[in-house]
Design a protein around this ligand. Structure first.
Ligand SMILES: Nc1ncnc2c1ncn2[C@@H]1O[C@H](COP(=O)(O)OP(=O)(O)OP(=O)(O)O)[C@@H](O)[C@H]1O
Ligand SMILES: [Mg+2]
Length: 245
């Protein structure tokens, strides 16, 4: 399958000295779900920030390597240009606007739409996937549960109608049943809308259940890759990420 996103030998430095990535490579074929696994500090979020153009906002810089989206080198583009190319970054920790209502949060995401479509159509799509958000549409987002905030963060991505969603640790701090619900909906979105998903997770069990392919990074470099079945069967993965003795 054609690669919607391809990263080759990426190196990233923060503040001119902190080497967060040294040689990271991965590809996300169009329409697929690909998992990016790794321990705390491995460089997962940095990889997503490099793709979405957020690095310069945190004094981070790409020093080596390439990022291509649909064959075009996008490594020097600003975030709003990346969004226009159909990539939407759902950040670690959700970052919903807590003082605003659910619906106002969705309205705020309309800036990222590539093609204008009536708000009602976009919002009905979000509410179709996440009916609980419809019930809560007039409530302040800051008072939603963690799971509902994660749904809202993904809902904002849907409003933008992207080709690819970069999803950073959606399971963080959520109860297993909620995590399962959210992943099932993400899978449905992937299937219905052919949206590719680059899924960053520390929870390898759930990530490898929904992804078709995965990469493991350590200290800013890709150390292992394979199909979800291969990675699930890998002894190192079982020991370090799946909690199997
Ligand atoms: N804004 C920043 N300034 C300086 N160093 C940073 C910054 N962001 C991340 N780093 C460093 O870069 C390395 C990779 O961090 P990153 O956030 O990408 O890891 P991660 O794999 O997402 O970890 P986690 O699972 O904890 O979210 C870490 O050593 C981190 O301390
Ligand atoms: Mg992270």
């Amino acid at each position: 399958m054609a690669a919607a996103l391809e990263i080759k030998n990426l190196a990233v430095v923060y503040q001119g000295v902190i080497q967060a990535l040294s040689s990271l490579s991965l590809r996300v074929p169009a329409g697929s779900i690909v998992a990016l696994l790794g321990a705390n500090g491995a460089g997962k979020t940095t990889t997503l920030k490099a793709i979405s153009g957020f690095l310069p906002l945190q004094d981070g810089r790409i020093t080596h390597g390439t990022i291509t989206i649909g064959g075009e080198d996008t490594s020097a583009l600003a975030p709003h240009m990346i969004v226009r190319r159909g990539i939407f970054h759902v950040r670690e920790g959700r970052h919903v606007f807590g003082e605003m209502t659910v619906e106002e949060n969705l309205i705020a995401a309309t800036f990222a739409q590539r093609k204008s479509r009536p708000r009602k159509v976009a919002f009905d799509e979000v509410y179709g996937y996440f009916p609980i958000l419809s019930q809560r549409r007039g409530q302040q987002a800051g008072y939603l549960s963690g799971g509902e905030q994660q749904m809202l963060a993904i809902g904002r991505a849907l409003v933008a109608d992207p080709e690819m969603i970069l999803l950073d640790e959606p399971s963080l701090g959520l109860a297993p049943l909620i995590v399962r619900d959210i992943f099932q909906i993400v899978e449905q979105i992937n299937r219905d809308k052919k949206v590719s998903i680059l899924l960053v997770e520390q929870n390898a069990v759930i990530a490898l259940k929904y992804a078709s392919y995965g990469y493991v990074i350590e200290n800013g470099r890709t150390v292992l890759e394979g199909s979800a079945a291969e990675l699930s069967a890998n002894e190192d993965i079982q020991k370090f990420y799946l909690g199997v003795d």
